[in-house]
Design a protein around this ligand. Structure first.
Ligand code: TEU
Length: 545
């Protein structure tokens, strides 16, 4: 029976590693926590959140118009994925100017307005910093490719091919092509880990480092509270260009699998993290990392040996778990917690199938969504939500190749359908285009928008949205400091489970429980006997000794 349970308790029973506290980072509680440790971050994909000018694509004024909704939901900070000028090959992750706003999203004035309106509601704004590559239309790259002696030539990775028609080595782009593209102007190849329109910057060049650190300062001065750093593990490549070992099998693009040992996760990444942290510290800012790691030890490295790298490297490992196994989650969370740093939990984002769709069993979908919310939003650590999770938005994958927008979906169809499905418009109401826009949106809304949308769910006390709001309110109200503990019991199974609450191993011999939140369909009779946990349900109580 116990196997079906995850009992995550006691936010306060563990101690955390002390973060570095610099002059500008003010503690917000007696335990020395910073604001970002208590915070819930909310990721916004600006193309898809709210369309104020009805052109089918979301924008900054759209986001500003929804700040009251976000405040009411209980969000402390928004992370906006790239809203800078971009040819939009990778929907903004191909930046052609780091210090401006793409006109499709508005103006710098709109951005300043968003930051100041957010501030009035005590919501911080985090931007997305694409550190590994620029767009091929960035002026740095345009100059770089113009000649072998151009000022910016060495800002990117240029190499000779091995021979006629042969790239410098066997490295592959994660987006389905070779990682090298021959540029006819100078007859040399440039390296791109992502699309060919996203040439990798040469971070071994101090001029690149300086320019990029200055970009962060530009935004900190405008009131940005920090950055989410994109794809940090791809920053460096082996200078000898050693071929990657080929592994058995093929990937979803039909290419040989590779051990990306020579072009990913090189130790130099950590030097850059330290430098970015140095600049962040000048402004009391926070750095969140897109840190894809294979294990907890790798994740731990991103905090820095002296806590001098990322404050919030995202634990993305849970997003790769298949199915719901209490045992697996319990072990993982235990290991992350035991590592001693401050965890950052995530269950989905704009690159990953929506959590609602990933966990749905067809019979308990909303209950599962609430149960997963209770999991990652009550753990000791920071949580990063993805827009629409709070209303149980599901993936809406393209039905055929012609509908696909994300280039990897076109390249890899049908094994790789691309990421359109998890990027569809936010569902505000049950009207046309889910209330996102008066025009046909850039991606279609699913039929489930009729039931899963903000307006309908606000009226329903049992909706996923109502549960998220209560959960976030609780999170803010009940920090579970040193002498307190909160018990969180989750049933990760499809059958009812009875739990004998024996908290003596946690040194609560005769605990008094006061119920804070449940999502039971039947009222709870009392707490005298074993706790009857309905399928995929949540029970949260305060424990007093
Ligand atoms: O993603 C980095 C990354 O390697 C993956 O998440 C990748 O997008 C996914 O495996 C493809 O299926 C970041 C951004 O989050 C992503 O949206 C960008 O496309 C990518 O960097 C390039 O900037």
């Amino acid at each position: 029976m116990v196997k079906a349970w995850i009992v995550t308790g006691a936010l306060a029973l563990c101690c955390m590693a002390a973060p570095i506290v610099k002059a500008q980072q003010k503690a917000v509680d007696a335990e020395g926590h910073q604001w970002w440790q208590h915070a819930v971050f909310y990721e916004i994909y600006p193309r898809s959140f709210a369309d104020s000018n009805n052109d089918g694509v979301g924008d900054l004024n759209g986001i500003a118009s929804k700040l009251d909704y976000l405040k009411d939901l209980g969000v402390d900070a928004i992370w906006i994925t790239p809203c800078f000028p971009s040819p939009q090959v990778d929907f903004g992750y191909d930046v052609s100017d780091y210090e401006a706003i793409d006109p499709m999203y508005g103006t710098m004035k709109d951005f300043d307005h968003l930051v100041s309106e957010a501030k009035k509601r005590n919501i911080r704004v985090i931007l997305d910093f694409v550190v590994n590559h620029t767009s091929d239309k960035h002026k740095w790259f345009e100059d770089s490719k113009s000649s072998k002696t151009a000022e910016h030539r060495d800002w990117y990775i240029w190499r000779d091919g091995k021979g006629p028609g042969q790239p410098p080595n066997n490295w592959l782009s994660t987006f389905g092509l070779s990682a090298w593209k021959l540029d006819p102007k100078t007859n040399l190849y440039y390296y791109h880990y992502f699309y060919p329109e996203q040439p990798d910057l040469n971070w071994r060049n101090p001029a690149v480092e300086k320019a990029m650190l200055d970009v962060t300062r530009f935004w900190y001065k405008r009131g940005v509270a920090g950055f989410r750093l994109d794809a940090v593990d791809t920053l460096f490549e082996d200078t000898k260009l050693t071929d990657n070992p080929v592994l058995p099998g093929t990937d979803k693009f039909g290419r040989p699998n590779m051990d990306e040992r020579y072009n990913k996760k090189l130790p130099e990444v950590h030097d850059v993290m330290r430098k970015l942290r140095g600049a962040a510290e000048e402004y009391g800012s926070v750095l969140i990392g897109e840190t894809w790691t294979s294990n907890v030890s790798e994740l731990k490295d991103y905090y820095g040996a002296k806590n001098d790298e990322l404050q919030l490297p995202m634990d993305l490992m849970m997003t790769e778990f298949k199915g719901l196994s209490a045992d697996r989650y319990r072990k993982h969370i235990g290991a992350v917690d035991a590592a001693g740093a401050w965890p950052t939990y995530v269950i989905t984002n704009h690159d990953i199938v929506r959590s609602y769709t990933r966990y749905a069993d067809g019979a308990h979908n909303d209950d599962i969504a609430k149960m997963m919310a209770a999991l990652y939003l009550t753990l000791r650590g920071t949580a990063v939500m993805y827009y629409g999770e709070e209303i149980g938005m599901e993936n809406n994958d393209p039905k055929n190749k012609d509908e696909v927008q994300d280039p990897i979906g076109k390249l890899g169809w049908p094994l790789e359908k691309g990421r359109d499905g998890e990027r569809t418009p936010m569902q505000w109401n049950d009207g046309a285009n889910a209330g996102f826009s008066k025009t046909k949106p850039w991606l279609p809304v699913p039929a489930s928008a009729k039931t899963h949308n903000v307006a309908s769910e606000q009226k329903d006390n049992n909706s996923v949205l109502s549960f998220y709001r209560q959960l976030l309110a609780l999170r803010h109200k009940e920090p579970a400091h040193r002498d307190e503990a909160i018990l969180v019991v989750l049933n990760m199974s499809a059958t009812e489970q009875k739990v004998q609450l024996d908290l003596s191993p946690l040194s609560f011999s005769s605990p008094k429980l006061s119920v804070l939140l449940t999502d039971f369909h039947k009222p709870l009779a009392g707490l005298t006997d074993a706790l009857p946990m309905e399928p995929y349900s949540v029970f949260i109580a305060k424990i007093a000794k």
